[in-house]
Write a protein of this length. Structure first.
Ligand code: COA
Length: 200
């Protein structure tokens, strides 16, 4: 809940029809099908023995770290959410602060969503994307999404069509192999890079 103001700041520059804060408050506190998470600028583990680390979940460790971290360190640079219904995960939103794009954060968020969906036993991930949003489509293609249909005049601001994209057979060996390879490349890329702020 406390990340919503920063999420909404990114939302306003990322989307022509941004969701208001109350939509995110509803999603996080009321929608039992919803799963939302953020990417933070920095997360430094406290020095701890392996044993101590093993007792807390990563989420607990991140939350404890965030309480002590300075505002710029813990700032939100991206976010993503999906709805889980039966065996389908539907990505409801994904965005990265424009100052931090092209550094792998979008992929980190998408991969996290796919991995969480698989843990929740999803066999397919779906989403809608504007026909004109070739950047996002490119990213989805890389993660095995394919266009399976169109929703005519789906977006109310300019009546633009939405492409429906899905990544099926998430648990299959070939998909999992592809995901593992992408994860290795991404980890390499993220660990060799400190985040750079571009002046856009
Ligand atoms: C889509 C978005 C989340 C990508 O975030 P990002 O952090 O820049 O993404 P990454 O750096 O992980 O790049 C992911 C891939 O997307 C594609 N991509 C990203 N930016 C691109 C660009 N400007 N041109 C072409 N392809 C691009 C590439 O395939 C890239 O992989 P690569 O860097 O290995 O070539 C970001 O552009 C965004 O927030 N856009 C506005 C909101 C939005 O459109 N959300 C999607 C709604 S459906």
């Amino acid at each position: 809940m406390e990340d919503i103001p920063e999420v909404v700041d990114i939302e306003r520059v990322a989307f022509p029809s941004p969701w208001p804060p109350r939509a995110y408050r509803y999603e996080v506190s009321q929608n039992r099908l919803a799963h939302y998470f953020v990417a933070r600028r920095q997360f430094a583990e406290e020095p701890q023995s392996q044993e101590d680390q093993g007792q807390d979940s990563l989420l607990q460790r991140v939350q404890r770290w965030a309480q002590g971290a300075t505002a710029p360190e813990r700032s939100v640079v991206g976010y993503c959410g999906f709805w889980m219904a039966a065996d389908e995960a539907h990505i409801s939103t994904i965005a990265v602060d424009p100052r931090y794009r092209r550094q792998g954060i979008g992929q980190l968020l998408l991969m996290t969503a796919i991995e969480q969906a698989v843990e929740l036993r999803a066999s397919i991930v779906s989403l809608e994307v504007r026909v004109s949003n070739l950047t996002a489509q490119e990213m989805y293609h890389k993660y095995g999404f394919r266009a399976v249909g169109l929703r005519a005049r789906y977006y109310s601001d300019n009546r633009e069509d939405a492409v429906i994209m899905t990544a099926p057979h998430l648990a299959s060996a070939p998909y999992q192999r592809m995901l593992r390879k992408l994860r290795e490349e991404l980890v390499q890329r993220l660990s060799s890079n400190t985040l750079v702020t571009s002046q856009t």
